[in-house]
Design a binder for this molecule. Sequence first.
Ligand SMILES: Nc1c(NC[C@H](O)[C@H](O)[C@H](O)CO)[nH]c(=O)[nH]c1=O
Ligand SMILES: CC(=O)[C@@H](O)COP(=O)(O)O
Length: 160
Amino acid sequence: MATAAKNLSAYDKSTIPNAKNFLFGIVVSEWNSEITEGLYSGAHEALLDCGALEKNILRWNVPGSFELTFGCKKMMTSQKVDAVIAIGSVIQGETKHFDFVCGATAQGIMDLNVNGEIPVIFCVLTDNNLQQAQERSGGKHGNKGTEAAIAAIKMVTLGI
Ligand SMILES: Nc1c(NC[C@H](O)[C@H](O)[C@H](O)CO)[nH]c(=O)[nH]c1=O
Ligand SMILES: CC(=O)[C@@H](O)COP(=O)(O)O
């Protein structure tokens, strides 16, 4: 199902476990900060709405999406977090650089999930243009940050 066919911000709170006992890390890319701050707001608000405590949400910033893998790895190995949300916005430019940044970031975060002990949520928008990014970070298609927060809570409580 394409994003255009769903609302990224939609969730049934009654089906989401309470997050009050868990610690969440959020690593935020500074590239396209208009977008990544919107994603962060969506994730932060959803975590609090589902019971997470403000003092249990740790935020670090990194320069760009390519640095998300290292930032998440450093956070998960040095901090007592139960899940990490990686937030980025990659927007197509004139060259193939978009492909390399998106591919490397997706692979790096997947590797953290395969080799690590806690879930790392892929909250990285990979859009053709700014409008698409705006629509998915609090616009008409909702907020992928909200979706990522719900995914983090579900993964932390998996099997409980
Ligand atoms: N063009 C975008 C970038 N590029 C920067 C890289 O992510 C990286 O910081 C740089 O190559 C140094 O290692 N990053 C984004 O997050 N979004 C973009 O659209
Ligand atoms: C995703 C990128 O790295 C891209 O925005 C950079 O722009 P350009 O391809 O025009 O150098």
